[in-house]
Design a protein around this ligand. Structure first.
Ligand code: FAD
Ligand code: UDP
Length: 396
């Protein structure tokens, strides 16, 4: 583990050389904090990432065909928070986009989340919304308590639809049965009795007009922010002076996995550029029961780009590789708490983001968490400044 004790105490007198903040990770968590600390408080920030680019998992780039692709899997922005949307709007214009997903089930492509059309198509029925409510009540299994990801689904749509849409997909995605995962995992996907076929229903649903990377570049274009890429923070942490660290990488790695490794799920992304204008009808098609991949996403739907070719990505979940998903289940929450306690004992390091707080957060939730963290850091800094002011003016 890094010897953090060697660093000056938090909020010690500013070093004339060096940085006020060392921020580890240039994803949403690290970049939002860098922007706020430099932009609002005039702090000197060193933002370090071991990857060769900013943006973290939301990074995008153009492929050989000129199509904007997401190398770390499809990222669709959606939020109910005007504060978060307004904040990001300082750095990008938007392209309105409502994501739609079809699932390949029983030889048909049907809407997901399960809605009125899904059930009518699968069973050759002509139910209306009221009849579908009754139908669901008849097939749903009663559960006195919703304890896990199986309970969530069977209690709403019954075992047959659970098996068709959720059991196989979840086993592929997590290598766990839904009964072994927290309820919050499958609860991300609602069930509807109307014909709404949007994947999300948030108030704000849009893609950054020129992509996420351009948005991050604008966010970080401040003279007080120095970005250092291709650098693991361990290479520089004892060399470059800093007062406070913001860490957004995996929390167990920070502590050298001293309590054991926290499970993170990884994905192998297979990108293909195809010599055809369109590959599928909607942004994403899920394959709950067939193939080793979980879903295929065609980027043109997300970006609105026109091109004679098209680019798609297949997602193959796997155990080894970059940590992408925390795995929400009770044993992991317990292990995370050991690390959280260690983290709380460090006054000069703040942990933020999906990997550092081991939370299955979407981008907007990470932005919200980073903005809230900024407010806490600002209050702490103002309190420390008030104390030094009092000391300076106190009679000797
Ligand atoms: P990250 O983006 O992971 O950034 C952490 C950074 O820290 C990384 O760049 C990493 O290189 C760096 N780092 C780690 N360790 C070190 C070290 N030792 N030294 C230096 N740097 C280090 N969210 C949505 O809202 N909508 C979506 O559609 C969506 N789709 C997703 C699809 C996939 C396949 C995945 C994996 C995630 C998706 N998300 C989506 C979630 C989204 O990616 C995250 O919420 C968000 O990117 C997390 O930001 P972060 O800054 O916490 O972490
Ligand atoms: N899920 C499923 N079948 C699907 C889609 C989702 O079983 O067709 C379950 C699965 O466990 C998945 C979870 O619901 O991990 C959350 O889905 P979401 O689409 O939100 O996953 P993400 O986009 O975060 O990978």
């Amino acid at each position: 583990m890094i010897n953090h004790g060697k660093q000056p105490a938090a909020w010690a007198a500013p070093t004339s050389l060096g940085f006020d903040y060392l921020i580890v990770g240039a994803g949403f968590a690290g970049s939002v904090l860098a922007e706020r600390l430099a932009g609002e408080l005039g702090q000197r920030v060193l933002l370090v990432d071991k990857r060769p680019h900013v943006g973290g998992n939301a990074y995008d780039r153009h492929d050989d065909a000129g199509l904007l692709i997401h190398p770390y899997g499809p990222h669709i922005f959606h939020t109910n928070s005007a504060e978060i949307f307004d904040y990001l709007s300082r750095f990008t214009d938007w392209r309105p986009y409502q994501h739609r997903v079809l699932a390949s089930v029983d030889g048909q492509l049907v809407p997901l989340p399960i809605n009125l059309d899904t059930v009518n198509l699968l069973y050759g029925m002509r139910l209306d919304a009221f009849q579908m409510k009754d139908w669901l009540e008849a097939v749903a299994e009663r559960r006195p308590e919703i304890r896990n990801s199986e309970d969530v689904i069977v209690s709403k749509v019954g075992r047959e639809l659970y098996n068709k849409f959720f059991r196989g997909y979840t086993r592929k995605q997590w290598d766990l049965d839904p009964s072994e995962l927290d309820a919050s995992v499958t609860a991300r996907v609602p069930t509807r009795t109307n014909r709404d076929d949007r994947y999300f229903t948030d108030t704000f649903q849009a893609m950054p007009l020129h992509g996420y990377s351009r948005m991050f570049e604008k966010m970080l274009a401040h003279p007080n922010i120095k970005v250092m890429l291709n650098t693991d923070y361990r290479e520089i942490v004892d060399v470059v002076p800093w007062r406070h660290m913001v860490y957004t990488g995996p929390i167990d790695a920070f502590f050298d996995c001293k309590h054991g490794r926290l499970p993170y799920r990884s994905i192998r992304f297979e990108h293909r550029t195809l010599e055809q204008e369109q590959f599928q009808r909607v942004g994403t098609v899920n394959y709950p029961n067939d193939f080793a991949y979980t879903r295929i996403t065609e980027f043109k739907h997300l970006t609105g780009q026109r091109n004679t070719r098209t680019s798609v990505v297949y997602e193959y979940p796997c155990a080894e590789g970059d940590p992408y998903y925390p795995v929400p289940r009770p044993a992991n929450a317990q292990l995370y708490r050991c690390y959280e306690q260690e983290a709380e004992a460090l006054s000069n390091v703040t942990f933020v983001g999906r990997l550092a707080t081991y939370r299955y957060y979407n981008m907007d939730q990470v932005v919200g968490q980073a903005l809230a963290t900024f407010k806490r850091l600002r209050a702490r800094q103002e309190a420390a400044a008030a104390v030094s002011q009092d000391l300076a003016t106190a009679p000797k």
